[in-house]
Design a protein around this ligand. Structure first.
Ligand code: SAM
Length: 229
């Protein structure tokens, strides 16, 4: 999978060098190209923002650098998915990550200030499939952290990135519920015990217990996810 990131803070993405995604890049499973949006400006100050038409607080990202940057990173690509992180977008979820991992080419356009001139989204839609995506119902300073989260959520679903593919299936949100609690050795630690069922070796009973724990947890912590309740 190829991912292009457009940002005025490319160094935010240095962490993609480490951990599983770093290894995936090294192994050629993931081709991430991070670009400085200012490379597509033409003035001495490398300006990417201006005051909003109609007045109001803050600055808006100018369309011209975005237009040139999008032209450059989508050239030769067959309608990539172009994601603009935005608190005014649809909420990103595991289901979205599963859908995005099916695409060959993803572009992330990271906004700053009060956001990007609205015409950029219409133009981008002539180059690819545009998705405005929110990390959640709160406001960040820029799209970088949101894009990083989405890249990690999608990247770990690329076959071969996570060593044991089964660990991806048994996770929170994969079957609509939160994951069951996990324990490792020692079985007794500072007076806290591992639930005896997990030491029983009875795989059927363990599976039933885990399922029940998923339901209890989801009902307690995320009742909005409980089907029909
Ligand atoms: N004025 C915008 C609004 O009210 O919708 C918020 C702009 S925010 C300060 C600057 C940038 O941060 C946005 O363009 C977007 O790229 C990013 N951003 C902020 N909150 C986000 C969120 N919850 N999810 C995804 N991106 C977000």
């Amino acid at each position: 999978m190829r991912i292009d990131v457009l940002t005025i803070f490319p160094s935010f993405f240095d962490v993609l060098e480490v951990s599983l995604l770093g290894k995936a890049r090294g192994a050629g499973l993931l081709d991430v190209r991070v670009h400085d949006l200012r490379d597509w400006t033409h003035d001495r100050h490398r300006t990417v923002d201006d005051t909003p038409y109609g007045g109001g607080a803050g600055m808006v990202m100018k369309p011209e650098p975005w237009g040139e940057a999008l032209d450059a990173v989508t050239e030769g690509s067959e309608r990539p998915v172009i994601v603009f992180p935005s608190p005014a977008g649809e909420v990103f979820s595991q289901r979205t990550a599963r859908a995005l991992v099916e695409t060959d080419h993803l572009v992330f356009g990271c906004g700053r200030y009060e956001g990007i001139d609205e015409r950029v989204f219409a133009y981008a839609a002539t180059l690819g499939e545009v998705r405005l995506m929110s990390l959640g119902d709160y406001v960040l300073n820029g799209g970088e952290v949101a894009a990083m989260a989405m890249i990690e959520a999608v990247g770990r679903l690329i076959p071969g990135v996570v060593g044991n593919p089964e660990s991806l299936v048994e996770e929170s949100h994969e079957d609509g519920l939160l994951e069951y609690p996990s324990y490792t050795k020692p079985s007794s630690w500072r007076g806290y015990e591992v639930p005896p069922i997990l030491l029983s070796g009875n795989h059927g009973a363990i599976a039933d217990w885990r399922r029940a724990q998923q339901i209890v947890r989801t009902r307690e912590r995320r009742p909005d996810l409980m089907p029909g309740e």
